[in-house]
Design a binder for this molecule. Structure first.
Ligand code: IMP
Ligand code: MG
Length: 174
């Protein structure tokens, strides 16, 4: 139990180079916007820690926790949320930082929840994206890599809560 076979998908170097590029892009795009970065726990933490050290403009940092589960009696996925920005985000520019977007249900639920507070804008920044697995049409403005349809682990992402501490991204194999 708790051991999965995996292969290397993205090396530490490749991830670091991509995060540097995204940080630079965000620093340009949000130069005069005083953004609030909202990290989605727990999968975003490693990405977030590296990303913010590659951002050269003033930012604020908040966290939100979200978990998705399939209700046994319902077809739809439920998303439960906890935490979230402490102060008001009304009129503020929000960057939602995610580890991975798969069906899109989790990030869409968070967007819907935060929009109730009328921020000036909300954009998604995800390290990994699985566009071919999407069930909801979510607009992802910033992404690190496409993960195909692989189940990926490492760099904050888990399989059964393990492997978040791997310094690279692997894909689980049979
Ligand atoms: P969603 O389907 O976009 O709502 O994604 C739900 C959550 O499933 C994500 O926030 C991740 O926590 C998790 N997840 C989806 N795909 C993967 C994967 O390949 N590796 C690890 N976690 C994943
Ligand atoms: Mg998980």
């Amino acid at each position: 139990m708790g051991t999965h076979k995996f292969e290397l998908l993205f090396t530490q170097d490749k991830i670091a180079r991509r995060i540097k590029e995204i940080g630079k892009q965000l620093s340009q795009d949000y130069a005069d916007k005083d953004p609030i970065l909202v990290g989605v726990l727990k999968g975003s933490i490693i990405f977030l820690a590296d990303l913010i050290r590659n951002i050269s403009i003033p930012i604020e940092l908040e966290f939100i926790s979200a978990s998705s589960y399939n209700g046994s009696l319902e077809a739809e996925t439920n998303v439960t949320m906890a935490g979230g920005p402490k102060g008001s985000i009304k009129g503020r520019h929000i960057l939602l930082i995610e580890g991975i977007v798969d069906s899109g249900q989790t990030i869409q639920a968070i967007i819907d929840h935060l929009k109730l507070q009328e921020p000036a804008s909300i954009e998604v920044v995800t390290l990994l994206d699985k566009p071919s697995c999407r069930k909801m049409d979510v607009d992802i403005k910033y992404k690190g890599f496409d993960a195909g349809e692989n189940f990926v682990i490492g760099f904050g992402l888990d399989a059964a809560q393990k492997y978040r501490n791997l310094p690279f991204i692997g894909k689980v194999i049979k």
